[in-house]
Write a protein that binds this ligand. Sequence first.
Ligand code: GLN
Length: 288
Amino acid sequence: MTQEIWTIKDVLSWSIGFLQKSGSESPRLDAELLLAEALDCRRLDLYLDYSKPLEQSERNRYKDMIRRRAQGEPVAYITGRGGFFGLTFNVSASTLIPRPETEHLVEHMLENTAKDSVMRVLDIGTGTGCIALTLKHHRPNWTIEAWDVSPEALAIAHSNAANLKLDVEFREVDALNIETWGEDRQKFDMIVSNPPYIAASETDVMSTSAIKFEPHRALFADKNGLIFYSSFAENLPRILQAKGKVFLEIGYAQRSLVSSLLDEAGWTDIFCHKDLSGHDRVVIASSP
Ligand code: GLN
C-alpha cells in the first residue's frame, strides 16, 4: 500500500486555496497560524521545514482546524489564543477576542503616566483580562482591580494572569447593579472600560462570525447600545476620585451621544480619539 506524502508546503498551498474559496479575508495568515498550532511549532519553522512530511495525526488535527475556520470560526477560538499589545491571551467562547482597536485604550493610559507611577485602577468588563493585565505589565506599581459579570470569563482572566505572572484582583461584579460594587472602598484614580456597546438593531452591519461565535453578552447592550455609558456617567463618580479619569471604548457612531451623557452628568475635559481606521473610538473624561 502506498502512503500519500503531504509536506508542509503541500498542505499550506492546499489550505490557503480552500480558505480563500470559503471566504477568509486572510487565508495565508490563517493557514499558517493553524498549521503552526497543529504542529506545535512557530510560524517561522513552517518555512524552515518546508519539505517536511506531516504525520497522519498532524494532518487530521490540521484538517479539523481548517474545517472549523472554513465555517467562519475565528482563528483565536480554534487555537484558544489571541494577541493584544504584544502579549498572548487565552480566549474561550465566553470571552471576546481582544481587538486591535482596544489597544488604543491602553496606549492612551500609558501615554500620560510614568513607568514608576503609583495608581489605583479599575477595568470594568475585563473579559480575557487583556486591558488590566497589559496595564499591569507596563505599570508594575499600579494596583489593578478588574470586574466581569461572567464567572467563565473570570476563569479565563485568572488563567491569563497566571501565565503572564501578573497580579490583578479579579472580582465578579455586575457593573449595571451598583449593589454588587462593594462598599467603603478606596476610590480609584482611573477607570477603563470596553463595555458591550452594540445595539440589537446593528446586527445587519456586523461581521457574521462575531455574531455566530462571540458571546452576545459581551457585544450587545440595551438602550440602543448606550446603557453602560449612561450608567457609568451617573455612577462612576462614587468610586472614582474627583478629577479622576475615565477611558472608554465606544462604537464608531457614539461619540456625540456618549460625550453628552458625560457632559450632562458634570464630567469635564471630554475628548475623543480615533482608531487607526479613522473611527471615533476612545472617549476620555475627568470625573465631576
Ligand atoms: N475588556 C475586554 C476586551 O477588551 C472585554 C470587553 C467586552 O467583553 N465587552 O477585550
